[in-house]
Design a protein around this ligand. Structure first.
Ligand code: URP
Ligand code: ZN
Ligand code: ZN
Ligand code: ZN
Length: 485
């Protein structure tokens, strides 16, 4: 068995940085130290060595809004590796009334061509006894998170009664609910109103989803999670109203996690005013890009810890697919890409500006995600025994982002023309060189499913405290109770 040595780099972990060599054996980190010997040596002098990025939110080859995302597990994970991401967590979306377990099988099949390791979240899109039963089976198969869409009325949306039932089931199973938090009823109302006024262009997508509908839904989801005694993970937090709700809940001791997207940190709603319809439609996603004033708050939340992770929600449609909505903005497939750009863009706008430190960068792109999703320290860490998913990062390498040069299979890039500084030189997946100097070397099928076991500790703590502090019935003496009628 060949032992690989990464020599001369600076290890950047979530909590500290230090100079040391890393010895890899059998896909795992065997030792960290000085003067180690290996069979193959990778020279990391002048580079940083970080845990591979984990993208907790992707939609590869997903049927959605009358079409299917163009990016599949092959091209999507090639894009991921080129940008330093070594694991993706994708969403299994059962069709209405379809079995969760059948949908999960379909996703296992699609992910067979993944070049990175992967896991899944499974969506709960209704409520019945079969879903109740199947959730236990999903957890038994190594998936501990369930997604709830509070938007997409008439398609994926669930109501409060369905959410409390599912959240309670999550609590029993040691699973965690995720929410897409936007008020779907109000969005549907605003969409109809805008269309009736003849405002059919992509800018109306943003008008129909103001920050208030996101803020309301986040508050509601937090309240429901609190009633169920379960932690909560809010995906794609895009605005101050949503962040404020999360911050307040955390200050009250609730376990609520918030996930901004790199797109929302850098791009703003002016994209939708672009004179070119295609330009605007390519940026249609939910929640939409926001007024610039929201960005400072999201960055501050990441630095302060009220927001914990940065994802992409990579959900990539071609321009031709976007044109399904040319006469009606509500038919533009929602979603943007970012898998290969997340780390370089976050490094450029975050670390290089002093908004976040290198260690915080590692925490929010890898370590915190691994912890929250219960795969730490196998993933998200540089420790003996951890999988050797590593990025050898050149902090001075530069490029200009361009669709013409990307691994992603779509025909545009929302970060087109952005100059980034800080790029992976080499990405290793379980000890194998999976990307090096512009070439993806891991083959389709290299990726493995990563089991994420149930993690009941938080739910148990929350429900124990709830029991202790629950309202108590008053035990009255018979003479103090009036006779019944
Ligand atoms: O617009 C988006 N975000 N598309 C992907 C599906 C979702 O809502 O996460
Ligand atoms: Zn969503
Ligand atoms: Zn999504
Ligand atoms: Zn392989």
């Amino acid at each position: 068995m060949t032992r690989t040595l990464i020599r001369g780099g600076t290890i950047v972990a979530a909590d500290h940085s230090y100079g040391a060599d890393i010895l890899i054996d059998g896909g795992r980190i065997l030792a960290i130290g000085d003067h180690l010997a290996g069979d193959e040596v990778i020279d990391a002098a002048g580079c940083l060595v970080m845990p591979g990025g984990i993208d907790p939110h992707t939609h590869l080859e997903m049927p959605f809004m009358g079409t299917q995302t163009h990016e599949d597990f092959d091209t999507g994970t090639a894009a991921a590796l080129s940008g330093g991401t070594t694991m993706v967590v994708d969403f299994v979306l059962p069709a209405p009334d379809a079995s969760m377990l059948d949908a999960l099988q379909q996703w296992f099949h699609k992910a067979g061509k993944a070049r990175t390791d992967y896991s899944f979240h499974v969506a709960v899109t209704g409520w019945n006894e079969r879903i109740f039963d199947e959730m236990a089976e999903v957890v038994a198969q190594g998936i501990n998170t369930f997604k709830h869409f509070m938007a997409y009325k008439g398609a994926l949306m669930v109501n409060d009664d369905e959410m409390i039932a599912s959240f309670q089931r999550c609590a029993e199973l040691g699973a965690m609910p995720l929410v897409h938090a936007e008020n779907g009823d109000i969005i549907a109302h605003l969409q109809q109103k805008l269309m009736a006024q003849g405002k059919t262009g992509p800018e109306s997508h943003a008008f129909s989803r103001p920050p208030e509908v996101e803020g309301e839904a986040v508050n509601r989801a937090i309240m429901i999670a609190d009633q169920a005694g379960v932690p909560l993970y809010v995906v794609h937090v895009s605005c101050e109203e949503a962040h404020e709700a999360i911050r307040r809940a955390r200050q009250k001791g609730m376990r609520v996690y918030g996930e901004p997207l790199v797109q929302h940190l850098v791009l703003d709603e002016s994209e939708y005013s672009h004179p070119d319809w295609d330009h605007a439609a390519r940026r249609v996603m939910s929640p939409p890009f926001r007024d610039r004033r929201h960005q400072d708050g999201l960055w501050a939340g990441l630095a302060a810890g009220s927001l914990q992770v940065v994802a992409t929600d990579h959900c990539a449609f071609t321009t031709e697919q976007k044109r399904m909505g040319v006469a009606d903005f509500t038919r533009i497939p929602n979603g943007t890409g970012g898998l290969e750009d997340r780390l370089p863009v976050l490094w450029t706008y975050g670390v290089r500006t002093g908004r976040i430190t290198m260690n915080e960068f590692v925490a929010m792109t890898s370590t915190n995600i691994a912890r929250i999703l219960n795969i730490y320290p196998r993933k998200g860490a540089i420790l003996p025994g951890s999988d050797a998913d590593l990025v050898i990062w050149d902090p001075l390498a530069t490029k200009t982002i361009s669709a013409a040069a990307q691994f992603s299979a779509i025909d545009y890039n929302v970060f087109e023309g952005v100059e980034v500084t800080g790029l992976p030189r080499i990405t290793l997946s379980r000890g194998r060189v999976a990307y090096r100097d512009g070439k993806v070397l891991a083959e389709p099928g290299h990726g493995r499913f990563v089991e994420r076991p149930a993690n009941g500790a938080v739910s148990r703590a929350l429900s124990q405290w709830k029991d202790l502090t629950a309202p108590r019935a008053v035990n009255r003496r018979a003479e103090n109770i009036p006779a019944g009628v």
